[in-house]
Design a protein around this ligand. Structure first.
Ligand code: D54
Ligand code: ZN
Length: 280
């Protein structure tokens, strides 16, 4: 398992490009018939990607629960959020079948022993992007379709940041312990995400950029507001944002991203907003 440790902002400001990428970037989330797993010590959030093509894959494919998590199965003391970024697919949680179209989400509660993934058609494989956080209690497993998401429209064409935020795993939609998850879709010609930007010392966040057209990229900005660094990101790459870091980006085209948060609270609007002209 790929393990990332917490980083102090006092150290991170000295990182060169390679070290910045090694600490925070997840270069490959989806691999055919495999499950990628990255364990971050920041709020102990695990980021996973499952891409079943011809096989049925298990959440635990590359995890040894006893050695890696000190438990007997993955979700013994954890909850899981899933968003499907690929073709139609199935998630079977303790024998219950959930059908996920593209951009549908599934929340799986603590104490679910077995989670299996498969695609409806190998030619158009599902891509299950997932985040898991430690959980203290068991909440109901629930499918949230894109239509059922809480929708928030933000930004404008004038500032190149017109976008819709689909809050899928969010307090307005269902109960979870720590997890929030959703996706944000930028309008055609709009390139700035999460702008004006913010931090939230109370929560960490992971962004995964998707629908970045070929030969394009997103410059993801991180760091303390007066110590900005950028990471050049390709389609379907993810980046870990510590609580002290801003997280926003500018693409060479419009694109979408999944955001996932865990930490002290689930209050989406609990943000420390930063004046754009104060950034350095
Ligand atoms: O804390 C909230 C997260 O950073 C994102 O949900 C922000 C976002 O999707 C956006 O403004 O476009
Ligand atoms: Zn945020």
């Amino acid at each position: 398992m790929d393990v990332r440790y917490g980083a102090s902002p006092k150290d991170a400001r000295h990182y060169d490009t390679t070290q910045l990428r090694d600490e925070f970037l997840i270069e490959q989330v989806f691999a055919p018939d495999d499950v990628t797993t990255v364990y971050s010590h920041i709020d102990r959030v695990i980021t996973l990607g499952a891409m079943p093509v011809n096989e049925t894959l298990s959440l635990q494919k590359n995890v040894d629960p006893e050695k890696d998590l000190g438990v007997t199965y993955f979700l013994e003391r954890r909850e899981l959020g899933i968003i499907n970024l690929g073709g139609p697919g199935k998630v079977v949680a303790d024998g219950h079948l959930h059908q996920l179209a593209r951009l549908d989400a599934l929340y799986i509660g603590k104490e679910t022993r077995e989670v299996l993934f498969s695609s409806d058609a190998p030619a158009n494989p599902a891509k299950f992007y997932m985040t898991s956080a430690p959980a203290h209690t068991k909440f109901e497993t629930k499918l949230i379709t894109l239509e059922a998401a809480n929708k928030v429209e933000l930004g404008s064409f004038e500032t190149s940041n017109k976008r819709i935020i689909y809050q899928l795993i969010h307090p307005a939609v269902l109960e979870t312990c720590q997890l929030s998850m959703g996706c944000t879709i930028l309008d055609t010609g709009c390139v700035w995400n999460s702008m004006p930007c913010h931090t939230h010392e109370r929560r960490m966040e992971v962004y995964l950029y998707f629908d970045v057209p070929q030969d394009n990229l997103v410059f993801h900005y991180m760091g303390q507001p007066q110590e900005l660094r950028s990471i050049a990101m390709l389609n379907e790459q993810a980046v870990i944002s510590p609580s002290w870091s801003v997280h926003f980006g500018c693409g060479t085209s419009n694109y979408s991203f999944v955001w996932a948060m865990a930490g002290e609270n689930r209050t989406f609007t609990d943000m420390d907003h930063i004046k754009v002209t104060d950034l350095r």
